[in-house]
Design a protein around this ligand. Structure first.
Ligand SMILES: NC(=O)c1ccc[n+]([C@@H]2O[C@H](COP(=O)([O-])OP(=O)(O)OC[C@H]3O[C@@H](n4cnc5c(N)ncnc54)[C@H](O)[C@@H]3O)[C@@H](O)[C@H]2O)c1
Length: 301
């Protein structure tokens, strides 16, 4: 029996709930939002849609107490204040929501895993850990997993291969200081920078396109949701099925004492272990810069 809670059922939370229901990925779903009418409507929509896909997921609404025995609680609340190209503009409102909601969830006796999507993702993940008091391995932010998918899409397009055959990671902040760790990027099993005649300008352009990936979508439709909800669904599956798959999630780095995007093995217990990448000196410096930035925002909340 698997049970997932989603707190914050806007574009992202609602899409995630739909993804989980359509795939029959969970047995029970508890959905919570400040907007009670929207929650009622989403529950009805999920039930209507599941008739066509022949899935059965029990939907519960607006009851925090039911999270007591949930496997995972997803944090996807948001504020409307997101500024173009600055995810940190949501910090004040989302930090207030963490302080309002996390103690309520913890006081139910919940002992599962928090999966954090809300922005600024790394800072909110760190705050959820601090407020919950949970061990760091049970707090996971989606981190740079979506950015990594965007990088794979762009590299695949540029080099004429399926993005699914592109491996590698975007690391650091899910935000402006993120970077592509080119020392990890492979097409097939071949290192991109060794195998292809690729200029520094081209690498820089692909990195910028990756960073701007969310904003291109955001500018046109006002939000992004399918990419992050399917990414979150994959992480949820790795936890529920103890798959031990590797995702570049926002995870606690003990040497930096903060959460930021780095590949980790994800299983039933949350973060099983972090990889040990052999980054170049330049990449190590960029990772450090991201850590300093996230920490400085964390210290403000
Ligand atoms: N990590 C990523 O890669 C990624 C990608 C896309 C969006 N996001 C973030 O996800 C969050 C949600 O985005 P969205 O587009 O769904 O926003 P949205 O504005 O559509 O929805 C936010 C929802 O949260 C609810 N809410 C706010 N405070 C709450 C609280 N204290 N308790 C319960 N519900 C609360 C609101 O009522 C609203 O329904 C934002 O922070 C956004 O920046 C992250």
């Amino acid at each position: 029996m698997s049970k997932i809670g989603i707190i914050g059922m806007g574009h992202v939370g609602a899409d995630l709930g739909n993804t989980l229901c359509q795939a029959g990925q969970v047995d029970e779903l508890v959905i919570i939002d400040k907007k009670a009418d929207k929650i009622t409507a989403e529950a009805l929509e999920y039930q209507d849609a599941m008739l066509s896909t022949n899935q059965t997921v029990k939907i519960f609404t607006q009851d925090v107490e039911l999270l007591k025995d949930a496997d995972i609680v997803v944090i996807s609340f948001g504020s409307q204040s997101i500024d173009n190209e600055d995810r940190t503009s949501e910090l004040k409102d989302n930090a207030a929501s963490v302080r309002e909601m996390i103690p309520q969830i913890v006081s139910t006796g919940f002992r599962g895993i928090f999966l954090v999507i809300s922005n600024p993702c790394d800072v909110i993940t760190a705050l959820v850990q601090e407020v919950s008091g949970f061990p760091a391995h049970r707090i996971i932010g989606t981190g740079t997993s979506l950015d990594t998918n965007r990088m794979r899409r762009i590299v695949g397009q540029e080099f004429g291969v399926s993005p699914q055959s592109v491996e590698g990671y975007v690391l650091g902040e899910h935000g402006e200081s993120q970077f592509v760790a080119w020392s990890t990027v492979r097409i097939g099993s071949q290192l991109l920078t060794d195998t292809y005649d690729v200029s520094q300008e081209k690498l820089e352009w692909m990195k910028e396109e990756t960073r701007l990936g969310g904003w291109h979508i955001h500018q046109a439709k006002g939000w992004t949701s399918y990419g992050i909800s399917s990414t979150a669904a994959r992480i949820i599956q790795s936890i529920l099925k103890d798959e031990q798959k590797i995702y570049p999630v926002s995870t606690w780095d003990k040497t930096k004492d903060i959460f930021l995007g780095y590949p980790a093995v994800i299983g039933k217990q949350g973060v099983v272990k972090r990889l040990e990448l052999a980054l170049t000196d330049e990449e190590t410096a960029k990772y450090q810069k991201s850590a300093v930035k996230i920490k400085s925002f964390f210290e403000k909340v």
